[in-house]
Design a protein around this ligand. Sequence first.
Ligand SMILES: Nc1ncnc2c1ncn2[C@@H]1O[C@H](COP(=O)(O)OP(=O)(O)OP(=O)(O)O)[C@@H](O)[C@H]1O
Ligand SMILES: [Mg+2]
Length: 320
Amino acid sequence: MRVTASAIRVQDLRKRYPAFRKPVDALAGVNFDVARGDVFGFLGPNGAGKTTTLRILATVLAPTGGGAEVDGHDVVRDPMAVRSVVGYMPERSGAYPLLTGLQNLLYWGRLQDVDGGGLRERARALLAELGLEEAADRKAKTYSHGMGKRLLMAQALIHDPPILLLDEPAGGLDPQGIRFFRDLVRKLQGEGKTVFLSSHILSEVEQTCTTVGIIHRGRMVVVERMDALRQRIGEGAVARIEVECDLPSPAVMQAILGVPKVRAVTPAPDGIVVEAEAGAEVADEVTRVLVENRVRIRAVRPAQPTLEDAFMSLLGGGTA
Ligand SMILES: Nc1ncnc2c1ncn2[C@@H]1O[C@H](COP(=O)(O)OP(=O)(O)OP(=O)(O)O)[C@@H](O)[C@H]1O
Ligand SMILES: [Mg+2]
């Protein structure tokens, strides 16, 4: 077996979907690498090209230009080798509705050449791990959304692949379901697996991923280590403070807006939010204006810039 540094390597990847009037360039030359053992969060707004990328990596869709390698295997020339090393969890259902959960897993296991004797045992163990033990013998069409997601995850894991491609594993789940998948991804990372997951949930990516890639309109806007991105956000984002206080009168709001470097003052449910230029320290001055105007203050705290801020600023100007 060839040993390559990257688990996934994507070079100038392109996908043009034919369409009735105008073809859609879903991927317009995408480049990125995923290191082994990494948890790579693939973020992007609706229609950015995430599912298209994942489907190409899982070899269910052919690219129209450029290329990709998974574990050193080319997705076009050697799809069977790619399939043996990846577990793919599609965004929408990929389970057979009339088969039970267990039957679905056995079917996928056989497709993946999991040895007959061990397969049933492994399927049962996976169903238990994913909280589907009691639903194992029910038809998949009777599963709730969250149960369906867990069954798709079990299918992705049935052959114990070293690389996981998860298309919005936590999409549409309740907080408990989101936490379940977060813990599962951490466990997989602990086992040394490489995880490539797409998401809209910024906090999910922030908490579980070691690297983040942001795609927008078929192009990668940024690929960066999570810690480096966080640091960069801290430097570049607006400084924001939250003041818990009685709601100031319009005249006082105006006075706060007059504080040097303050850009915006907005009412919040229990006070105001003040935004200032990046790196500006305006808390003392804002507090002074409020005190002078006899506005009762309960708390003043700086708000940490979030990944969401960075996401919005990176996409700023580019969105339709
Ligand atoms: N089969 C198809 N035929 C034509 N256009 C398609 C097809 N599949 C996707 N597209 C288009 O390609 C673009 C990228 O779609 P894709 O599903 O990859 O986005 P996504 O990032 O996964 O979005 P979402 O967050 O909504 O899941 C979109 O403009 C979409 O309309
Ligand atoms: Mg998608």
